[in-house]
Design a protein around this ligand. Structure first.
Ligand code: NDP
Length: 388
């Protein structure tokens, strides 16, 4: 039986992962499941999948979790340290699906045990890509990308020479406001931004899809994970979300990965890798689909894409600053403190303000990434206060 753990089990990716695992319960033993505030769901999942331990990130939720697990024999724990301890429990396959930079430390701990890490938590690659990859190499661990675009690139590169890659096209639906007039964007509400036209995902990534901060993170993720130069990575609007990515080679060949917008494909690919097994995803009927459409992204509408290029060019801790500022600006948008279009303005302000900071010359390590993240969030708050 394969031992598996799911970090971020109560979320959208976590739920899809457990859906696949639950279809073949005899094949897996669930070690750790983790969540945040949704303790009822965490306890329910832990009982259903007979986990060894359930961990909530929030210490004030521990009593509730213990109550809900009482009599089950399942251990309960809480806090950041407990998440890292859970990631150290021996497991053959670990899903990293916590949202945000909070996923980095458990992901690192998982890699240190030399396991296979299915990485949905793109923020950890954006904040600390070189550190994650070096840690995986040092401990003989494997990282498999779970973002649909990066799973697509990974699959297109099997058996290929990365040196022969001419370009990587990362597709984007364009999010909730793709067809809105530009002047309406400033008044967009969090509820409107949290309605994705094609994908069913967590609230934060859905809003990030509307602003294209999600795509910005993915461009950086492509650069960090596959080592592709920034100028070879092209975002492309593809409203149908059927082609997840395309890889172009020096001989002009273009390999596209096509499938329905269902994360269980990318998750299942990572779960079964290096083999392919049947997955419960829709099979496409191209004749019924009729056509796919494409458009170049408009960088006035989506300034996050330009910022992503600047972050890739800067390298070092710029990714951690970008992500920290983005997360904080998103918090402020969700709380109604800033408008939709303010997010990019604020993040750009933080990047500019911190570009000359001595901290930016530090090497990438867990403590320097945490310091850059912390300072970026503080600067974001300062800029938001100054704007009002
Ligand atoms: P959700 O918001 O649905 O779930 C997030 C998970 O993280 C929940 O289990 C949540 O717990 C937990 N969590 C939240 N804050 C913390 C914290 N500070 N510490 C520890 N755990 C925390 O997100 P998604 O499943 O949509 O996304 C998860 C990751 O996967 C993100 O990095 C996202 O970018 C990436 N991803 C998601 C895709 C999707 O289709 N959803 C596609 C590709 C990538 P609780 O809810 O209990 O508070």
């Amino acid at each position: 039986m394969r031992r598996i753990s799911v970090f971020g089990a109560t979320g959208s990716i976590g739920g899809n992962t457990l859906d696949l695992i639950g279809r073949d319960p005899g094949a897996y033993r669930v070690v750790a499941l983790t969540g945040g505030r949704n303790v009822a769901r965490l306890a329910e999942l832990a009982r259903l999948h007979r986990a060894e331990i359930a961990v909530t990130a929030n210490e004030d939720c521990l009593d509730d979790l213990r109550d809900r697990l009482s009599g089950s024999g399942i251990e309960a724990a809480a806090g950041q340290g407990a998440l890292v301890d859970a990631a150290r429990r021996p497991a053959d396959w670990i899903m990293s699906a916590i949202v945000g930079a909070a996923g980095l430390a458990p992901g690192m701990a998982a890699l240190e045990q030399g396991t296979t890490l299915a990485l949905a938590n793109k923020e950890s690659l954006v904040c600390a890509g070189p550190l994650l990859l070096a840690t995986a190499r040092r401990h003989g661990a494997t990282i498999l990308p779970v973002d649909s675009e990066h799973s697509a690139v990974f699959q297109a590169l099997i058996g290929e020479d990365v040196g022969a890659v001419e370009r990587v096209i990362i597709t984007a639906s364009g999010g909730a406001f793709r067809d809105w007039p530009l002047e309406r964007l400033a008044r967009a509400t969090p509820e409107q931004a949290a309605c994705h036209p094609n994908w069913s995902m967590g609230q934060r990534i859905t809003i990030d899809s509307a602003s294209m901060f999600n795509k910005a993170l993915e461009l950086i993720e492509t650069h960090e994970f596959f080592g592709i130069a920034p100028e070879k990575i092209e975002p492309l609007i593809h409203p149908e979300s059927m082609i997840h990515a395309m890889v172009g080679f020096v001989d002009g060949a273009l390999m596209a990965h096509v499938g329905p917008p269902d994360m269980r494909h990318a998750i299942g690919f990572a779960l079964n890798w290096p083999h392919r097994q049947a997955l419960p995803v829709e099979r496409l009927d191209f004749a019924a689909l009729g056509q796919f459409t494409f458009a170049a992204p408009d960088e006035i509408r989506y300034p996050a894409l330009r910022l992503a290029r600047e972050v890739m060019q800067a390298g070092g801790l710029a990714g951690a600053v970008f992500n920290g500022a983005k997360e904080r600006a998103l918090d402020a948008f969700i709380a109604g403190r800033i408008g939709f279009t303010d997010m990019a303005v604020v993040v750009e302000g933080v990047l500019t303000k911190m570009s000359a900071d001595r901290l930016m010359n530090d090497t990438i390590a867990l403590d320097t990434v945490a310091a850059a993240d912390h300072l970026a969030r503080r600067r974001t708050d300062e800029i938001i206060v100054a704007r009002h």
